[in-house]
Write a protein that binds this ligand. Structure first.
Ligand code: FNR
Ligand code: 8K6
Length: 345
């Protein structure tokens, strides 16, 4: 357990106070104009003893929204709102990355009165959670010039995050959202340079990574990936070759870390020959963040077994703002319940 509390050097720019990360947690509590609030600043500030906080997913532009009141990072007001958050975390000696998000086909015109965009015109079956009257639509397939604009918008959002005082960004490439929709066969049916082969299906993700690296430096950039499809899209055995290619390319890029996107890391995937975390460990050479139903004890055990380097904690940190102190003092944790999502404690 001691190892978890030791400082961890990510690279020449970033050393974390310990190996805990706060997993990105959508809370749907932004104010009008999707501006972060003083309550959000206090909420993140209370968790500043965690080695690295990843913010709730934050939309890079209006058509990236898929849930109510999720914060953005494209307007001057949003950047100013985030400054309160980063200042609250830094005042207590903490570090925080912004998670950059576009939901792709999981958006709905209800949120932005515009089109729903995705790699291909394939709808996700179902309805927006908690807004069951909103049925997911068939998206318009992005043109190549739309894609170039999106890459630029991700890079601008990263620059905005640095302006807002974030220590870096985590690109949300997981959980079936826009970038992940390019990486899986069930949602990418393209026949141009963005589909049809592992290299083409990885192109958008790598263009986003490269554009952000060029803007803010790769040592400040993390990437979240879900090689095992478990939410919002169907897996396909052919997806394995896409991730084999993508990870080999990422090995050349010196990112701060790769972070698995999953809810429960005991899940196994036939086409990954087991757990997604073990697959990432075998194919990715850099720092790996594990997540998904870990306690401090099970995380320490996994790190001791060299299965990953850092652990992200999600639901227990919603329920316990003082998570780290409780772990240190071996005090019991308050159990998480969904009812807790109604309030920022
Ligand atoms: C999440 N998760 C999530 N993931 C992500 O990449 N961006 C996000 O904004 C969110 N939002 C979110 C909200 C809520 C309420 C939950 C419960 C989860 C997934 C999260 O980061 C993490 O992967 C899982 O919660 C698994 O970790 P724990 O909770 O078992 O430690
Ligand atoms: C009034 C309180 C409203 C709080 C709503 C929180 C909604 C969370 C939205 C989900 C975030 C994305 C999580 C990724 C997929 C989860 C699938 C299991």
């Amino acid at each position: 357990m001691d190892t978890l509390f030791q400082p961890y050097r990510l690279n020449g720019t970033l050393t974390l106070a310990n190996r805990f990360m706060m997993a990105p947690l959508t809370r749907c509590m932004a104010g009008p104009g999707l501006v972060p609030t003083a309550q959000m600043a206090a909420y993140y500030g209370r968790r500043a003893d965690i080695g690295l906080i990843i913010s709730e997913a934050t939309i890079i532009r209006p058509d990236g929204q898929g849930y109510p009141n999720t914060p953005g990072i494209y307007s001057p007001e949003q950047i100013a709102g985030w400054k309160q958050v980063t200042e609250a975390v830094h005042a207590k000696g903490g570090k925080i990355f912004a998670q950059l998000w576009h939901v792709g086909r999981l958006s709905h015109p209800f949120f932005h009165q515009g089109e729903v965009l995705a790699p291909s015109a394939v709808a996700h079956e179902g309805t927006v959670p908690r807004m069951r009257e909103l049925v997911y639509q068939v998206p318009r397939a992005l043109s190549e010039s739309d894609i170039a604009q999106l890459v630029e918008d991700y890079a601008q959002a990263a620059a905005n995050a640095i302006e807002a005082g974030f220590d870096g960004v985590e690109i949300h490439g997981a959980n079936g959202y826009l970038i992940d929709q390019f990486l899986h066969h069930s949602s990418n049916l393209r026949t141009d340079q963005y589909g049809g082969s592992p290299e083409n299906m990885s192109r958008f993700a790598l263009e986003v990574v490269d554009a952000i690296n060029a803007r803010i430096g790769s040592e400040r950039v993390g990437l979240r990936l879900s090689p095992g499809a478990y939410v919002h899209l169907e897996g396909d055995a052919r997806d394995r070759a896409v991730f084999d290619y993508l990870l080999a390319e990422l090995n050349k890029r010196a990112l701060a870390y790769v972070h698995l996107g999953i809810f429960d890391d005991s899940l196994t995937f036939d086409y990954l020959d087991g757990r997604a975390s073990d697959y990432l460990r075998a194919h990715y050479d850099g720092h790996l963040v594990g997540v998904g139903n870990y306690s401090a004890e099970s995380a320490a055990e996994a790190i001791r077994a060299d299965r990953f380097d850092l652990v992200a904690i999600g639901r227990p940190l919603i329920a316990n703002p003082d998570y780290l102190n409780k772990i240190k003092a071996a005090e019991p944790l308050v159990p998480y319940s969904e009812a807790m999502l109604a309030e920022l404690v």
